[in-house]
Design a protein around this ligand. Sequence first.
Ligand code: GLP
Length: 259
Amino acid sequence: MRINVFKTKQEASIEIAKIMDDLVASKPDASLGFATGSTFILTYAEMAKLSKINKTDYDHVRTFNLDEYLNTKGDEPFCYRYFMNEKLFKHLNLSPQNINFPAVDIDYSSLKTNEYDQIIDNIGIDIQLVGLGRNGHIAFNEPGSSKSTGTRVVKLAQTTIEDHANHFFGGNVEKVPKEAVSMGVASILKAKKIILAAWEKPKAEAVAHLFSTEPETSQWPVTYLKWHNDVDVFITEEILNNIDQKFLANPSLELIKYW
Ligand code: GLP
C-alpha cells in the first residue's frame, strides 16, 4: 500500500486531481467512482480547473457515486447528487446518462438482482475515490458491515450523523437523514484502483487501523482495503503525526513524503 503524505490537503488534492485528469486523457471512456463529503471538495475544484486547462473530454466517461441519502430526490442542497453536480459534474462535459447513483427509492430487501452492483460489475470502475469516517466507515459502510456487502440501505452511525451535522447541516443533528443507500464493501473492492484520502486528526485512529498488521475487522471497515492490490492512500502530515509509530512498522507500507 502506498502512503502519500503531504504537508497540506491542498497539495494532496492537486495530486489526486492530476491522477484523475491523466486517466481520462489516456482513457476517454474511463469509469470513475466518486465520493461526497468534505474530503474531496478541493480535488473536485482542481479537476474542474484541469479539465478547462487541458481540455479534458469527459463525454464518454462514466461515473459511479458511492452513496446517497434514502428517499431523497437528489435536488435538495444536502443531497449527494446535488453536491456532485455543484462541485464537479456541471463543470465537466459529462453526458447526463453516464452519471450513476444508487437508487434511493426502491425496496432493496425484495430485489432479485441488484442493478447498481451489476452495472458496476459489468463496466468495472477504473479509479474509486474513497473518503473515511472517523469511525472507519467507507462510503456508508458503518462498523459491523461485512466484506461481502452489496448496495443496500444502511443506518448511519451516531458519529457519522454528528459529523454530517457539523459539515453540512449547521450543527443540527435533527436535520441529518438517518438512513442512506450505500455501495457495499464488495463493490468498492472490485475497483481496479482505490484512492483513499483523509486530512484531519480525528481520522488518524481509523487510518492507523488500516496501516496496522492486524487482520481486517468489520469494526473498522476501512481495514478491508488492506488486501486490495492497488490502493493509494493520501494523507496529511497532521494525520501521520497522530499515528503511533507501531502502526507504521508494517513492512507492506510504502511511505512517500512530498516535501
Ligand atoms: C461520509 C460519506 C462518504 C464520505 C465520508 C467522509 O459519511 N458517506 O462517502 O467519503 O463519509 O466524509 P467527509 O469527507 O465529509 O469527512
